[in-house]
Design a protein around this ligand. Structure first.
Ligand code: ADP
Ligand code: ASP
Ligand code: MG
Length: 428
């Protein structure tokens, strides 16, 4: 008998029919003799709808109240799921994040889990119940307020529960059959992976692949949790995300796999670019600029500084950041324009970021050449470039992104012969 944590995303519990499908899966796992703990997301696009509603009544909703509102989505789905399981003749008990002992810091909207004390879950399991936990939410002990863990945060709930309860596996169910070499909504010929290293998955998640939430992958890596990403809509094996020293359950003894050089391609349309023009080319200016940007709360990703024009002694600095952070960063910079002495601010929210990820880049040369050649043959202009040990990213026009991704995916030989299936969801 194993202890299995299962997480069902919004598209898996979008309506009554879907909730029944999920309940059946849970009951089947229980029937097979396992203890089951479930983390569940809000139904369908509920969280987006609640967010829109909040912005209709207040341009800048109070963070505490926004968390109160958003956490209600998961309460609906957890109770409905527990009721459905009851009606199938099984004992199930639902718990909010705070009842489940999900203790976080006080950072509303993006709280970090600091402790998990699943006392009540243990009791329920010991009494033979199936445990259902509202994903995406926690509780801060100092403020005694409800927090949320960031968009996509139900994945983190599941992984944190798996770590605290020492589960055998954390199964993350969504509307695709696992982790693919690219988002199958963007590249229909993406190929499903049987396994991926947590290191590569982190890079993909950090660069736009929302199939797993980055903090969940980090948490799993730190606590040695085995993630199995799979589909609610089929019983096929999905993708195992393997931390160092882990092996997939069904990997044959002593199996040596030739790892592909490139694991996958990620696309991201959620970033904007700010260019600060005419910055005096003297020591300390970059420090001043990025101190202002960081104080505005923005999370800077790529940075490029141009060679300064000798005649003017001035240079341009461009950086990318989440679109949502741009207004605050622009405002903060313009307030300090006189102090820093730059000439102008340009804002571009029509960019796209394409990233190629693979641990094999450490040991193989020529990986970037393939990317640049493919983009050049496609006539696609590159605006910025950045690299890490196992990733190359380029910034392009947003309107070129999907086409560029397909070209690059093919150039690395990642295309499959068959089209991937996306079972449900709106991709919102
Ligand atoms: P859930 O609502 O179940 O949490 P998400 O919408 O967060 O599901 O994640 C699943 C979606 O992630 C898929 O529908 C797919 O469009 C997208 N996705 C992005 N990159 C990938 C990838 N590399 N492999 C699989 N899916 C991906
Ligand atoms: N419902 C939350 C969201 O939409 C959390 C999640 O789905 O993981 O972001
Ligand atoms: Mg998700």
């Amino acid at each position: 008998m194993a202890l299995i944590v299962q997480k069902y995303g919004g598209s898996s519990v979008a309506d009554a029919e879907s909730i029944k499908r999920v309940a059946k899966r849970i009951v089947d796992t229980r029937r097979a003799g396992h203890d089951v703990v479930v983390a569940v997301s809000a139904m369908g696009d509920t969280t987006d709808e609640l967010l829109e509603l909040a912005h209709e009544v207040a341009p800048l909703p109070a963070p505490r109240e926004l968390d109160m509102l958003l956490s209600s989505g998961e309460r609906i789905s957890m109770a409905l799921l527990a009721m459905t399981i009851h009606s199938m003749g099984f004992e199930a008990r639902s718990f909010t994040g705070s009842q489940a002992g999900m203790i976080t810091d006080s950072h509303h909207g993006k709280a970090r889990i600091v402790d998990v004390t699943p006392v009540r879950l243990r009791e329920a399991l010991d009494e033979g119940a199936i445990v259902i936990v509202a994903g995406f939410q926690g509780f801060n002990r100092d403020t005694r307020d409800i927090t949320t863990l960031g968009r996509g945060g139900s994945d983190t709930t599941a992984v944190a529960l798996a770590a605290a309860l020492k589960a055998d596996v954390c199964e993350i169910y969504s509307d695709v059959d696992g982790i693919y070499t690219a988002d199958p909504r963007v590249i229909p010929l993406a190929r499903k992976l049987d396994r991926i290293s947590s290191e590569e998955m982190l890079e993909l998640a950090a660069n736009g692949a929302k199939v797993l939430y980055i903090r969940a992958v980090e948490y799993a890596r730190r606590h040695g949790v085995l993630i199995h990403a799979r589909s609610t809509f089929s019983s096929a094996e999905g993708t195992y995300v393997l931390g160092e020293g882990m092996t997939a359950p069904r990997a044959s003894e002593g199996e040596v796999m030739e790892e592909p050089i490139v694991a996958g391609v990620a696309t991201d349309l959620s970033q904007a670019k700010i260019t600060v023009t005419g910055v005096p080319d003297v020591p300390g200016k970059a420090a001043e600029i990025f101190k202002i940007v960081s104080k505005s709360g923005a999370n800077v990703d790529m940075i490029v500084q141009n060679v300064s024009a000798a005649s003017t002694g001035r240079t341009d600095i461009s950086f990318t950041l989440p679109k949502a952070d741009a207004p605050a960063a622009l405002k903060a910079l313009s307030v300090e324009q006189g102090e820093v002495g730059f000439e102008n601010l340009l804002h571009d929210d029509q960019i796209g970021k394409l990233s190629v990820v693979g641990a094999g880049m450490r040991t193989h040369s020529g990986v970037s050449a393939i990317l640049f050649e493919a983009l050049s043959e496609g006539g696609i202009n590159i605006e910025m470039i950045s690299t890490s040990e196992i990733r190359i990213s380029v910034v392009l026009r947003g309107s070129d992104l999907a086409e560029a991704a397909r070209t690059v995916h093919a150039a690395y030989g990642l295309d499959s012969e068959i089209e991937a299936v996306v079972h449900a969801g709106t991709g919102r």
